[in-house]
Ligand binder design. Structure first.
Ligand code: FES
Length: 133
């Protein structure tokens, strides 16, 4: 799999990420998008992995699904619950080494990730779809 950071320049403005109804308030999910225009001759079509989440107030956030710790996707398998309620706050947790990130900003909350952040993907909701800006 190609590192998402290298694919980011190929994520064009106006790309449909997913249906807006796919992510309810307080939920997060991984969405994979094929980038056929980024393929080099003879190579497989690269796929960029995005993390789509909706905060409790309905605000939408999309991050590159690439942990700021070791650069792995935050989930090791499908069905992983990214958001964890810690009582005083909800955190976005990577499944590999359990580093926590702020869902609203992507900033690292765990000591090892302080000063780092998830890569924010600017998006908007249009006609029931989440699209990149
Ligand atoms: S790769 Fe995510 S916590 Fe280490």
């Amino acid at each position: 799999m190609v590192d998402g950071l290298y694919l980011l320049p190929h994520l064009r403005s106006g790309t449909v990420v997913c249906e807006a109804s796919l992510v309810a308030a307080g939920q997060a999910r991984s969405v994979k998008i094929a980038l056929p225009h980024a393929v080099a001759a003879g190579d497989d079509v690269p796929v960029i992995d995005l993390l789509v989440l909706r905060l409790d107030d309905g605000a939408l956030r999309v991050y590159l699904n690439r942990c700021a710790h070791f650069g792995l996707p935050l989930n090791a398998r499908d069905g992983y619950e990214f958001l964890n309620d810690e009582g005083d706050q909800v955190v976005l947790r990577c499944q590999h080494h359990y580093m926590d990130f702020c869902p609203a900003t992507g900033e690292g909350l765990s000591f090892e990730c302080r000063g780092d952040a998830l890569t924010d993907i600017p998006v908007a909701e249009r006609d029931g779809q989440i699209v990149t800006l």
